[in-house]
Design a protein. Sequence first.
Length: 694
Amino acid sequence: VIDAGQPEHSVVTTCAYCGVGCSFKAEMKGGQLIRMVPYKGGDANHGHACVKGRFAFGYATHKDRICEPMIRESIEEPWRAVSWDEAIHFAANRLKETQSRYGRESIGGITSSRCTNEETYLVQKLIRAAFGNNNTDTCARVCHSPTGYGLKTTLGESAGTQTFDSVMEADTIVVIGANPTDAHPVFGSQVRRRLREGAKLIVIDPRRIDLLKTPHGGEAIHLPLRPGTNVAMVNALAHVIVSEGLEDKAFIEQRCDQTQYTAWREFIQEERHSPEAMEAVTGVPADLVRQAARAYAANGNGAIYYGLGVTEHSQGSTMVMGIANLAMATGNLGREGVGVNPLRGQNNVQGSCDMGSFPHELPGYQHVGDAAVRARFSDVWGVAIDDEPGLRIPNMFDAAIAGTFKGLYVQGEDIAQSDPNTQHVEAALTALDCLIVQDIFLNETAKYAHVLLPGSTFLEKDGTFTNAERRINRVRKVMAPVAGLADWEVTMALSNALGYPMNYRHPSEIMDEIALLTPTFAGVSYDKLERLGSIQWPCNDEHPEGSPTMHEVDFPIGKGRFAVTEYVATEERTNRKFPLVLTTGRILSQYNVGAQTRRTENERWHEEDLLEIHPSDAELRGIHDGDWLGISSRVGRTVLRAKVSERMLPGVVYTTFHHPGSGANVITTDSSDWATNCPEYKVTAVQVEKVSQP
Ligand code: SF4
């Protein structure tokens, strides 16, 4: 951190790390960013910030930044630095050749939850209009795609229902598969404040997370369930609510579809879902589950917050629907202090999903199979839109290995490091004829690329991010792009070289087009964002200044739809060879695969990923703190050092994935959510043994 005294000027912008979306004043002096000061006028953070947003911005000017476009004929050759013009035309020609040889469907692209809404919109438009197919997907595939499916199916909209501030009205706060104090620190502090005021806390997580240590006036209940048994747990909670008469009958009658409610009620009342019957599955004592169900359903406002511990499972979508069932059954929707709230990991996961990154949905979650929707887009874009959903990321990998998918454009996502079963991903990337990587660093994926296009950080462009509470925040340019072009300008150049014209002069013009085509963004403009500071969608004629709370009067689908949520055990079973379950998570000072934070002072606080193991499992294997451990799964093996910790359940081990060398994804498997293919990162059967050295 440079402390250079008084700034010459400052620019208000939005943090590019987590889904809280804190506002900062970027203070500049002599052309350099000298400080990030939490902005009191920020609607998501009100002047608060964490160690990532406040201090970890040095990566933007790190010596490792890619400053020139590079190309090579094959991945065996060294990179050759070229002009933007040469790189863009090389990329466009390769994509054209690939399509003429293997067909229109043989190429696709991946959008980034790190980039702005406007950039994401342009990438999916490039794929649909210039590539001529729907082979677009997003890194949200590997995190919150089950949220999209589960909330849209039950509540009619793929988004969290509340503002963060709404938690201050909650009487019971339920945190499921999330660790807000590390992964969403500013919101985590807000939860702590509310707990100190006396709210009850329920944590459903195999790990004893830090929120449970918060001194608070209210009761705290920890349900330390076995990884992979979320749906059994949510069904047991619902069973208690129904069997003990804790439902909100008026809400259910007025707001929910009665046919689906009746079917769900009959299902959930079956004795096999009772906490007593489920105890053998979840490992959680039945009386604790009953206490938790009563605390959520009969203690005023109940608010649920959940994270990747819900979504990254083979039943991720089922669990999201189970959570929505709980909220509908207890009437905990449509006002302050309640709701169903996914805590999005990255700064713009919500936005990248909103902007039509999925292969079956155009911006605003409008299905490509709907002829009226396609006609509206065709009118504005001037091309026909394919009516068949395209390939998801795992399907792209499979098709690449099968030889039918040969070209990929990846903006701001390190798929080689962040997707599961690294060996499979690498085999797919090696099989491509044309891999175009657009990123700020030479990442792991770039090792397989033919074209490297320098990316731009959030400090180098204008645009918007949408945080986990649907809040559209402005991102403002603080400095010039180090390589001369912002990401949206690169996508435009590629599109023009492919023969589909894109000529926006400023991201505000892209937002105007988004508003024209996306009903939930119909009232959004840069002028309005300047006036209001931020806007929570839906923003339209009905809600011209946005919608802090969703579903106040009705659901976008009319009535809320209960879903029958049958528990199905994961196929990733433990056995004598792989007796432990590995689950993964994050730490406060680092961020995701660490590409940014490892290039800042934050690295000093967490220099390596460790394997947390319960003392009983450690003792059995003669393991002590700091020992080197070999960790083997059915697909691979890696080596980490040990941290013996009582935060783990016996039989469960845990690691973070912030360093490429940790190899967490070398051992995670191809198992995925049945509805969305979100990988089952949270359950991998492993064996752990002491080794002498890595
Ligand atoms: Fe950035 Fe999230 Fe920290 Fe806020 S809480 S400063 S958005 S990382």
